[in-house]
Design a protein around this ligand. Structure first.
Ligand code: URA
Length: 240
């Protein structure tokens, strides 16, 4: 191993996203050769011993999965007695130090990348890299493609004043008094799709994430997962 920055080293040890690893350093929980290091610039050499909260940490084999998240599984790691953490849908998921890249709401289904590679997670989830995500939503009202495009072009202002730009509406088909809509956005904000539809006078009844970049679920059924290689991810998500 050539020397690497401490936060990158920690992210390779399955300790979460790079941001989470930076927080460990800021909080003074990380030492190199028994010296607490709380600034970001530090580098780790091959022979160094890195500890977090006094326990030695080592690089893990990096693992990548895609999951078709079912409703009722949570993508934050909290103890909810009757809800399942998405990582627990993969055998030994916690043992491998896995975590989901970004979040889907409790009632949202669809594509979630699950990995222990904090660097990769950062590059997919951070808005700076502009990875687009495709969602299929069943929404209130009878909308034509044209009306949806008119309502979203030039951006949509959310309840907190934030403007979501570059909303691509790809499909709209009526289902009785509701509409099944396919959209693509580059945002990862909390409840962003639901808030976009509220802002244009509709509401989301069902939500499914169908793609991240060019990566889709193919025939993976709800609740199923499969491994994916880093090369395949890079091929499908061009900014990686
Ligand atoms: N937007 C939402 O409103 N919910 C999700 O789960 C994902 C995007």
């Amino acid at each position: 191993m050539n020397s690497v920055r401490l936060q990158r080293f920690l992210a390779r040890c399955g300790l979460g996203s790079r941001r989470a690893c930076e927080k460990l350093i800021e909080d003074g929980r990380v030492s190199i050769n028994e010296q607490i290091v709380s600034e970001m610039g530090a580098r780790v050499e091959e022979e160094d011993v890195v500890r977090v909260d006094g326990k030695v940490v080592e690089s893990k084999e990096l693992r990548y999965f895609i999951l078709n998240k079912p409703k009722g599984a949570i993508s934050v790691n909290m103890d909810h007695r009757d809800r399942k953490y998405v990582v627990d849908l993969i055998p030994n998921g916690r043992g491998m130090g896995l975590f989901p890249v970004g979040r889907l709401d409790l009632d949202t289904t669809g594509l979630l990348i699950i990995t222990n590679d904090g660097e990769l997670a950062n590059r997919i989830a951070h808005p700076r890299y502009g990875v687009s995500k495709e969602y299929i939503a069943l929404v209130k009202g009878e909308w034509s493609l044209h009306d949806l495009r008119v309502s979203t072009e030039g951006g949509v202002t959310l309840d907190d004043g934030y403007v979501v730009n570059n909303i691509e509406v790809l499909k709209a088909s009526l289902e009785g008094i509701r509409t099944r809509v396919t959209i693509r956005i580059k945002e990862g904000r909390k409840h962003v799709v639901k808030r976009i539809f509220l802002a244009i006078g509709s509401r989301v009844y069902e939500l499914h994430r169908s793609a991240i970049g060019d990566l889709s679920l193919d025939d993976l059924q709800i609740g199923e997962f499969e491994t994916i290689t880093l090369e395949a991810l890079k091929d499908k998500i061009k900014t990686l």
